[in-house]
Design a protein around this ligand. Structure first.
Ligand code: PGA
Length: 258
């Protein structure tokens, strides 16, 4: 069985409720307009809005065309953590997914690999599916340390994990820069990640994990990236703010899905 592609929108700190509502309406219209070809059967669509938009997006996508996730989660169940959000609160707001370890969280909030591992565990314990983000900086790549960094990040993120998860390879130098990894570069990293998962969890389990590519993914480059054997979809930032571009990417993934 081939892996069903995932197309995930990471809206980051963008959109207001009215814009989010319009996006959901357009997404629904555009997937209906494609003759039913773009349905949950062909591509799994996820939207990660910022916290104040969760209600709007969960209601706007309630007919099942996409699932909703939080952009972050705190490892603890509740308590004195101003500005944070718990896994149970995300579930209560209609989320089934959560991003863990996005490079902007690692950078802006000094999140360590171990801290991200705790978030993954908290998410799984609450029944959320973590989409774990890993990736090297430009400096780490130029020093030839890409695979070493990926191994360190994945090992820490999965230390203590015991449920389902999916992975996103996001080279930091490609995020929001317009610079995309070549299909060969991305495939090399994805194949390495799958081998690593195989060593950690067994080949069978590793063959089921969806590994998404993220970093300036857009309608113009998804076809050639998705043609690579170990690329199972995309985590999209900038291009996900435009429902037409995002729908075009949905159609690309659905068209080429196994
Ligand atoms: P980008 O962001 O598509 O704007 O590069 C991707 C991400 O950070 O998830």
């Amino acid at each position: 069985m081939g892996r069903k592609p995932i197309l995930a929108a990471n809206w980051k700190m963008n959109m207001l409720r009215a814009e989010a509502g319009v996006f959901c309406d357009q997404l629904r219209r555009q997937s209906e307009g494609s003759g039913g070809r773009v349905s949950a059967e062909h591509v799994e669509v996820l939207v990660f809005p910022s916290f104040p938009l969760l209600d709007t997006v969960a209601a706007g996508l309630a007919d099942g065309i996409a699932s909703v996730g939080g952009q972050d989660v705190h490892p603890q169940a509740s308590g004195a953590h101003t500005g944070d959000v718990s896994a149970a609160q995300l579930v209560d707001a209609g989320c089934t997914w959560v991003l863990c370890g996005h490079s902007e969280r690692r950078r802006d909030h000094a999140e360590s690999d171990e801290w991200i591992g705790l978030k993954v565990k908290a998410a799984q314990d609450a029944g959320l599916i973590p989409l774990i983000c890993v990736g090297e900086t430009r400096e780490e790549r130029s020093e030839g340390r890409t695979l070493e960094v990926l191994e360190r990040q994945v090992s820490a993120a999965l230390d203590g994990a015991s449920g389902s998860f999916e992975l996103a390879y996001e080279p930091v130098w490609a995020i929001g820069t317009g610079e995309t990894a070549t299909p060969e570069m991305a495939q090399e990293a994805h194949a390495f990640l799958r081998r690593l998962l195989g060593d950690m969890l067994g080949v069978e389990r590793a063959s089921q994990v969806r590994i998404l590519y993220g970093g300036s993914a857009k309608p113009e480059n998804v076809d050639e990236l998705y043609a690579e054997k170990d690329i199972d979809g995309f985590l999209v930032g900038g291009a996900s703010l435009d429902s037409e571009k995002f729908s075009a990417m949905m159609r690309s993934c659905a068209r080429s899905a196994p």
